[in-house]
Write a protein that binds this ligand. Structure first.
Ligand code: ARG
Length: 229
């Protein structure tokens, strides 16, 4: 068994997501993003050797449960339902869910405006659960890849997307092409944590390292780099 402070012979497998920009995504055969670099800094402080395993978001829970990966860092919202089944680190990112609609939409200005509307989001995400609980919604459509939900909105096949604020913001500023706008207030405050099984021996070391990258300015500079200051 590994002792805290010593590196392990076998690198830990860390699950990340293929397409959750700007946090973790694959591009040109490379795995990039805020969380990829933040994790690198955390792992250095915690003296953890690792390799990244990119996958679809819907595969992450099972990958952690089955032991295919030891940890997951992929914009995973810490909530009660997940805490019943998994252990989480201290939160390292504060965010929330927001509504995105088409630029010319005048009906949807907040959550109430979603009555009778079709909303797209990522299957299995915290937004998917949240949208399912909004009264009067016509339908929630789930997509494994959030880009597909964004494209459905851009092409006016759905009325709105509900998803994590930074992902929505990133889409708006890149491929959104001025065709979409964020409306209303943050619907649900959420924070992201590193996820592991309840048996994991790494959460304590990871928490210490999260504090350390906050104290030495690393977090701040990665935030500025990836979130635009
Ligand atoms: N924060 C949301 C959630 O935890 C969406 C995360 C998107 N990325 C992911 N790997 N599911 O459900």
């Amino acid at each position: 068994a590994a002792t805290a402070g010593c590196s392990n012979n076998k690198p830990l497998k860390v699950g990340v997501e293929n397409n959750f920009r700007p946090f973790t995504y694959t591009e040109g055969g490379e795995i990039k993003g805020f969380e990829v670099e933040l994790w690198q800094a955390i792992a250095e402080k915690a003296n953890i050797e690792y390799e990244l395993v990119p996958m679809e978001a819907v595969e992450l829970n099972e990958a952690v449960t089955s032991g295919e990966v030891d940890l997951a860092i992929a914009g995973l919202t810490v909530n009660k339902a997940r805490k019943d089944n998994f252990a989480f680190s201290e939160p390292y990112f504060e965010t929330g869910l927001v509504i995105l609609t088409t630029a010319d939409n005048t009906d949807i200005q907040d959550k109430k405006g979603l009555a009778g509307k079709v909303v797209a989001t990522q299957t299995g995400s915290s937004a998917y659960t949240y949208a399912g609980g909004i009264e009067g919604l016509k339908e929630v459509r789930g997509y494994a890849d959030i880009s597909e939900a964004y494209n459905q909105l851009k092409n006016k096949k759905v009325d709105a997307v509900i998803f994590d604020e930074r992902s929505v913001h990133h889409f708006m500023q890149t491929t959104g092409d001025g065709k979409v706008k964020m409306v209303g207030e943050v619907l649900n405050k959420e924070s992201y944590g590193v996820m592991a099984t309840k048996e994991s021996r790494y959460i304590g070391r990871i928490n210490q390292a999260i504090t350390a990258v906050g104290n030495d300015g690393t977090y701040e500079s990665l935030y500025a780099k990836w979130m635009g200051g």
